[in-house]
Design a protein around this ligand. Sequence first.
Ligand code: ZN
Length: 193
Amino acid sequence: MPKMKRDILICGEPVLRKKARPVRNVDQAVRDLLESMVETMLEASGLGLAAPQVGESVQAIVARADDEEGTLIHQLINPRLVTAEGEQCGREGCLSLPTLYGQVTRPERVLVRGITPAGEEVTVEGEGLLARALLHEMDHLRGVLFTDLAPEESLVWLVPDAEEEDGLRYEGTTLREAQEAFDRLRQRGRGRQ
Ligand code: ZN
C-alpha cells in the first residue's frame, strides 16, 4: 500500500497564509489528496484538516464528526458557508499550531455547501464541534489561523504535568512567544529532511 500520510506544515510556512485556489476538475489527483488528508487527520487525532496544511494551496477540507453511531468523515471541495446561526465560545486548537489553544467564538450551527470526491454537490449540516471544525478549516482556505480570531490573553499551551489529575495543565503564552516556538519547531523539521 502506498504511503498516504502527509507531513503537516507548522505555522510560519507561507502557504498557510495564502488564499487557496478553487478546484476546477474533481479528478483522481484531488481524490488522492483528500484521501491522504483523511489519513493524516486521523493519524494526528485531529477534528479536521485543510489542504494548505499539507502544502497544497487548493480549496479542499476534511472534517470528522463523532457521535454514538460512530465516526463520520466529511470531504469537501470548494466549500462555502450557506447559513450560520447561534453562537458558541470554546477552546480551539490546530494541527499546524501544535499544543497551542485559544478561545474562539463561532456560530453554533452552519450549513456548508461543497462538492464531494465523487463530484456531487452536497450540503453538510454542522452543529457544535463539527460547525467549529468546518469553519476553522474554511478559514485555512483564506489563510486565516485561529490565532487571528482568539483574544491573545486566551492563548495557552497544553503542557504535560504528572501532578495534575488528567496529566495536563494549561500555561498562558503570547502570540510572539508562540510564533517563536513554532519557528524553532519548523527549523528542527527542516533539519530532519
Ligand atoms: Zn487548523
